[in-house]
Design a protein around this ligand. Structure first.
Ligand SMILES: [Zn+2]
Ligand SMILES: [Zn+2]
Length: 658
């Protein structure tokens, strides 16, 4: 009997594949069931091996009639496993649709006649392109092979129309296209625009869909029935037939980075995928990340710009409002309230951008300074008025609201700070006749509620919009004349360097929602740091000015993108165990020429009863960092010190949360 040997990636947290044998020939990429320890586990064959020196067990079931992943896709998984130092089995399985993560389900290969032309030549487009857009489309359509390109377009410059023309060009050549977008459920516009144009050829893929719906889309894209995918980060490795172009819209968006488990960046994997199959990739944004801008500076990425708004509307003017020595009303300066009043009198809309949901972020005893905190996290509890509860935004635990202080029994409890709910209540009192719309996670939990609120806003001339960053993601409000940004100071004072970059991006994006033909729209930024250099740069409304000065600061401090960062995190129910483990780990890193900071408590130092600590590592080269971490992961896994077994440890490459 013939005996073939295979390496199999199994869904276990171990940094290796395992060799099994079979009497059948199995194509790599096929799912199998194997015995691992005492249980049956799902695995994916990653490669054939000529023979094995070690004793192997048999593969006892081939689950599919063909491979679910191609050789190229497997190659990218292997790269991702090495790059992110994450167990290969978990990497591979995480890109399977939930339906195929179960041994009982089978993937049946269906092959379409993929060669017939699927789209008409001379398709009608809804919109006319301006000369800048025409230039960009020509530029992109000429790209051959791997060619990462930044499409920098100011807000409202019509990037979506460019995507549509470039997708069309690929369809004419019988190629498929992958479009990644952050949080599609929050930004239905891109989806509806692409769907209007290409109908059934479009599939949507994100985590809010049911597993069955996702599996359907997965299969159709793999066999070529669907030619265009619009998906969130989980769609980045959808098996594709004849992929010809990848588009990463809003490439700067933080949601491309997965923060739990396999901590990958979908933007980075998308770039690797394009490189591996030698196709162009477009990174679109009005506020590109510093990392991307650095790659453009270094001539590793190309770049094309859209500087004009398609509507010919002038961009809004920025003005910084000093709130030192000002009595704020629910977080708003009197001058801001006057500006809202003027806007409403002109029958226009005003928006308050505040990145804090709930009523008040703190609940405090003024007698003994007791503060309501979550039982199992180090987060202050946020008072929610409608729910009449104190809620932890970290673990979602909810608590009753005490009438007397649990510490000193005095009835001197009060709320501090402002959230979206409180602003809504206050503004309703000040402007009783004006419609007020609140957009945050709490007001949009019901399916369809976001769409309802958005259409109400668009059907009304006047009114006040209150919202978190959810409000600034790609929505256009034609009647919006005034934006008031509250709470930007957190970005200015944060020790986390990416907080400032994100603050700049949010202000430019929020300004992009406003703008009128006569150029009278204003963005009022409330701040206590009116002389802050970064804030002053933003006042021009020119994002690139802001990034230039920020880049200089980063270079001076040798921070990314001028160096490469990773964190080693330790999680356990005992803070001292974390520290012991990280101090041991630090000794290992001290022997190299990388810089290591810590151990320090994570920004969220206690979550659901477990303590979080980490080391921050900085290296001058990507290869240097990768080699150090690979050696480190090996030594932590081998574990001569029992201490490493007492904590859950993980590595985060290019971290965005600290
Ligand atoms: Zn008290
Ligand atoms: Zn909590």
């Amino acid at each position: 009997m013939n005996k073939f040997f295979y390496n199999v990636a199994i869904a276990v947290p171990l940094r290796q594949t395992f060799t099994y044998h079979s009497n059948q020939e199995i194509i790599p990429g096929t799912r199998v069931a194997v015995k691992f320890g005492k249980t049956n586990k799902l695995g994916v064959v990653t490669e054939t091996v000529s023979n094995s020196d070690i004793q192997t067990k048999p593969i006892h079931m081939v689950l599919d009639d063909g491979p679910v992943f191609s050789k190229t896709e497997l190659k990218i998984f292997k790269w991702a496993s090495n790059y992110y130092l994450h167990p290969i089995g978990e990497v591979v399985i995480s890109f399977l649709p939930t339906h195929l993560r179960q041994i009982k389900n089978t993937y049946e290969v269906s092959i379409l006649d993929d060669n017939k032309k699927i789209i008409e030549k001379n398709l009608d487009f809804e919109t006319t392109l301006n000369s800048e857009q025409v230039k960009a489309v020509k530029f992109i359509n000429k790209l051959q092979g791997f060619m990462p390109t930044l499409l920098y377009g100011v807000t409202g410059s019509g990037k979506t129309e460019i995507y549509i023309r470039c997708i069309y060009e690929k369809l004419l050549n019988n190629k498929s296209v992958l479009v990644l977008a952050p949080e599609i459920a929050l930004t239905p516009q891109l989806e509806s625009r692409v769907r209007n144009q290409f109908g059934d050829l479009v599939g949507i893929y994100h985590s809010k869909m049911t597993p069955t719906a996702r599996y359907k889309v997965w299969k159709k894209f793999k066999n070529g029935e669907i030619k265009i995918i619009i998906g969130t980060r989980s769609a980045v490795m959808l098996p594709a037939s004849k992929l010809g172009l990848i588009i990463v819209d809003e490439e700067h968006d933080a949601s491309y980075k997965q923060q739990e488990g396999f901590k990958f960046s979908a933007r980075d994997i998308a770039i690797k995928r394009a490189q591996t199959i030698k196709i162009p990739i477009i990174l679109g944004s009005a506020t590109p990340s510093l990392r991307t801008l650095k790659l453009v500076d270094d001539k590793k990425f190309q770049s094309i710009s859209l500087t004009k708004r398609v509507t010919q509307k002038s961009p809004p003017k920025f003005s910084i409002l000093d709130i030192n020595e000002v009595n704020l009303v629910s977080g708003l300066a009197p001058q801001a309230i006057d500006a809202i009043n003027r806007t409403l009198n002109q029958n226009k809309q005003a928006m308050i951008f505040i990145n804090r949901r709930g009523f008040a972020p703190q609940f405090i005893c003024s007698y003994c300074d007791w503060k309501a905190m979550c039982n199992s996290c180090d987060s202050s509890l946020v008072f929610h008025y409608q729910a009449s509860r104190l809620i932890c935004h970290r673990c979602d635990s909810a608590f009753g609201v005490p009438t007397h202080c649990p510490s000193c029994s005095k009835a001197q409890l009060s709320f501090h700070g402002t959230g979206t709910e409180q602003l809504e209540k206050t503004l309703k009192e000040i402007f009783p006749n004006s419609p007020i719309y609140r957009l945050d996670r709490d007001s949009t939990t019901k399916v369809g509620s976001l769409e309802t609120i958005l259409s109400e806003i668009n059907n009304s001339d006047t009114g006040i919009l209150i919202g978190t960053q959810m409000l600034i993601k790609g929505h256009d409000f034609p009647n919006l004349e005034l934006v008031v940004a509250v709470n930007v100071d957190q970005g200015i004072t944060s020790l986390n360097s990416s907080a400032l970059e994100e603050m700049g991006q949010q202000l430019i994006q929020v300004a992009g929602r406003a703008g009128r033909l006569d150029g009278n729209a204003t963005v009022l930024v409330q701040s206590r740091y009116t002389n802050d250099q970064n804030l002053l740069q933003l006042r021009s409304g020119n994002y690139l000015n802001f990034t230039k000065s920020l880049m200089k600061q980063r270079q001076l401090m040798n921070q990314p993108p001028y160096s490469f960062e990773a964190t080693i995190k330790a999680v356990s129910p005992n803070a001292q165990t974390n520290l012991d483990m990280l101090i041991q780990t630090k000794k290992f890193i001290d022997a190299t020429n990388c810089i290591v900071i810590g151990p320090i408590p994570a920004m969220q130092s206690k979550v659901r009863g477990s303590y979080h600590h980490h080391l921050v590592i900085q290296a001058n080269t990507r290869t240097g960092l990768n080699k150090l971490l690979a050696d480190l992961a090996n030594s932590l896994t081998a574990d001569k010190n029992k201490i490493f077994k007492k904590v859950r440890w993980s590595i985060n490459i290019d971290p965005t949360e600290f």
